[in-house]
Ligand binder design. Structure first.
Ligand SMILES: C[S@@+](CC[C@H](N)C(=O)[O-])C[C@H]1O[C@@H](n2cnc3c(N)ncnc32)[C@H](O)[C@@H]1O
Length: 301
């Protein structure tokens, strides 16, 4: 599991740049174009929100739990439809931003969430957070599926029978990489080099092997009712992010200047910037080293 410190390394320094480029409730996960790339990024993110809220059958008054809520895009959308919710993140910057906008968001690891404290909810969502739930070390120690089962148990304990869980995550693509092949010093732009930079970008994170593995871990509590692949949509999302980040703004310029000392002293940070510069995550999707799934589960008992 990525620690709070590792999540802060990934997200907190990006707080300004994400929010200046993408808005206050920035979605930092793949949008839903369903292959229609004439849509704008905002339209495709809206389509995703509609799909999520429809999947969990949100109604006015519904209560949802968002595990890994980021800057609160789904909680915010749920509130616009009369829903209410609680969100968990490991990023203090995200929680501060959400609270400032009246969202109920806590800096808390889902592993420490007691379902009794949350109470029953009508739907659970987790969008682009599952990627962080198992670290490379936990994967090597054979703990991956135990972690995923614990996650599904928390979701199950929070729902009544028939309740829905929307889960969106990156997964390994054609095959699970060999951890020994991940090397930030490998030949530039080779798969090993790209994965080496991805490891620096998302420290403490390892992806699920495939959809079958996720379904198996969910099985004691949930049945998979629908799934669709969002790999190509994610590539388009990342192209749009690249365009948004490149748009000049004074706030962005000040932010870059503030980051300069960190860039000079912190090697891992330089790797993260390189990862962004070369679009390592997008290359992983293009080369099918990674893929991306949207899944809707229903609680069976
Ligand atoms: C890529 S962001 C996705 C944010 C948001 N769901 C979205 O779609 O924009 C991943 C989120 O997962 C959160 N996260 C990762 N591991 C977590 C954990 N163990 N417990 C709670 N949140 C976690 C991070 O803090 C971050 O908010």
């Amino acid at each position: 599991m990525a620690t709070q410190n590792e999540i802060e390394r990934t997200y907190d320094y990006m707080d300004d740049i994400f929010r200046v480029s993408l808005g206050d409730h920035a979605d930092i996960t793949g949008a839903m174009y369903n292959g229609d790339f004439s849509l704008t990024l905002d339209q495709a993110q809206q389509k995703k929100h509609d799909f999520i809220l429809d999947s969990i059958k949100l109604k006015p008054g519904s209560k949802i739990m968002d595990i890994g809520c980021g800057w609160g895009p789904v909680l915010y959308e749920a509130a616009k439809h009369g829903g209410k919710g609680i969100g968990f993140t490991l990023s203090p910057a995200q929680a501060r931003a959400c609270k400032a906008d009246g969202l109920n968001v806590l800096v808390k690891d889902w592993k420490d969430v007691d379902p009794k404290d949350v109470g029953k909810v009508d739907g659970v969502v987790s969008v682009g957070a599952f990627e962080h739930f198992c670290s490379i070390d936990e994967y090597k120690a054979g703990k991956q599926e135990e972690i995923y089962r614990d996650f599904f148990k928390l979701c199950s304990d929070s729902l009544d029978k028939g309740g829905k869980l929307y889960l969106q995550t990156m997964l390994w693509g054609k095959s699970v990489p060999n951890v020994n092949d991940i090397d930030v010093n490998a030949k530039k732009l080779s798969d090993s080099w790209i994965l080496g930079h991805i490891e620096k970008f998302y420290p403490g994170s390892w992806l699920p092997s495939n959809i079958g593995q996720i379904e198996k871990c969910a099985k004691p509590y949930f049945k998979l009712v629908s799934e669709n692949n969002g790999r190509l949509d994610y590539i388009q999302t990342m192209k749009e992010w690249g365009r948004a980040w490149k748009k000049p703004s004074l706030r962005k310029f000040i932010f870059m200047v503030k980051l300069a000392p960190r860039y000079a002293r912190d090697k891992d940070f330089r790797y993260q910037i390189t990862s962004l510069r070369y679009g390592c995550n997008r290359l992983c999707f293009e080369r099918e080293i990674m893929t991306h799934q949207r899944m809707v589960f229903e609680k069976v008992k």
